[in-house]
Design a protein around this ligand. Structure first.
Ligand SMILES: CC[C@@H](NC(=O)c1cc2[nH]nc(NC(=O)c3ccc(N4CCN(C)CC4)cc3)c2s1)c1ccccc1
Length: 267
């Protein structure tokens, strides 16, 4: 059984991240000296937002996943105010910040991240889990520039019809979700296409100032590819941003796609 931890086991450092319901702090486990991230969530906020079930699901799902590109959940504990998740520390922070700082990534860098994500997604899909919230804000980078999927708060077991009240960006929602239809793990393929587009251009493909306008463009799959993109990058984005989920390129073929293979460092 996992050892019961509490805040006393850690030297807690400064805040490193913020999100819904709480903050993340860097911390060192006193006995081992191991550096972790402590994500402290306010129980009061969770109850107010009726999000305890979502948190339980996040813990249950993330605790059972073991993959180099999925942020490890090492344990959890709570006191009467907060629920604390003990998470793997990703030393280079959020991919989102890298994107904001650099505007857009080089094709080689984006290709490596997309390849790592495709590996992680095929791993969780084999476990009948869909993430449903793949976007730069939920992706972290560790010291070796490996991408880590964080925040499984919206992940569910397939298939699911859960109407999620969207909080945050709609940019990553696929047409079938915009129309409230049944959706399955192929929504993560759509999000992978949106992410690939955003990493290479610095903006989301269906970005509009208003939500209704964004919904409209998503439903019609209305996007344009800038001229600076290579032929292979265009081809991969077009094969993922398909309206019909069945026509989206399966992950095993994403990993064999020329745009992925040409940058793969032969290990
Ligand atoms: C993905 C959101 C989610 N976050 C986590 O779970 C998070 C889990 C986790 N593990 N490691 C992290 N690392 C950082 O947040 C981080 C940020 C900036 C860093 N700097 C490196 C040096 N650089 C020069 C400046 C930036 C380094 C690490 C985070 S965030 C969340 C959800 C709800 C509430 C809070 C947080």
């Amino acid at each position: 059984p996992p050892i019961q931890m509490s805040l006393e086991n850690f030297d807690v450092g400064h805040g490193i991240g913020k999100g819904q319901f709480g903050n993340v702090f860097i911390a060192r486990e006193k006995t081992s000296g191991y550096i972790v991230a402590l994500k402290s969530l306010s129980i009061q906020e969770l109850i107010k937002a009726n999000a305890e079930r979502q948190l339980r699901r996040e813990v249950e799902i993330q605790a059972n996943l073991r993959h180099p590109n999925i942020l490890r959940l090492l344990g959890h504990f709570h006191d009467d105010e907060s629920f604390v998740l003990i998470l793997e520390y990703a030393a280079k922070g959020e991919l989102y910040k890298q994107l904001v700082n650099s505007g857009r990534l080089k094709e080689e860098e984006a290709s490596r991240y997309i390849a790592q994500l495709a590996e992680a997604l095929s791993y969780i899909h084999k476990k009948h889990v869909i993430h449903r919230d793949i976007k730069p804000e939920n992706l972290l980078i560790d010291l070796n520039d490996e991408i880590k999927i964080a925040d499984f708060g919206w992940s569910v077991h397939t298939p699911s019809r859960r109407r999620k009240t969207f909080c945050g960006t709609l940019d990553y929602i696929p047409p079938e979700m915009v129309e409230g239809k049944e959706h399955d793990e192929k929504i993560d393929l759509w999000s992978l296409g949106v992410l690939c587009y955003e990493l290479l251009t610095g903006t989301a493909p269906f970005e509009e100032p208003g939500n209704t306008a964004t919904y409209k463009r998503i439903a019609k799959v209305e996007f344009t590819l800038p001229d600076h993109l290579s032929y292979d990058a265009r081809d991969l984005i077009n094969s993922l941003l398909q309206r019909d989920p069945k026509r989206r390129l399966p992950l095993k073929d994403v990993l064999k796609h020329p745009w992925i293979r040409k940058y793969k460092k032969t290990l």
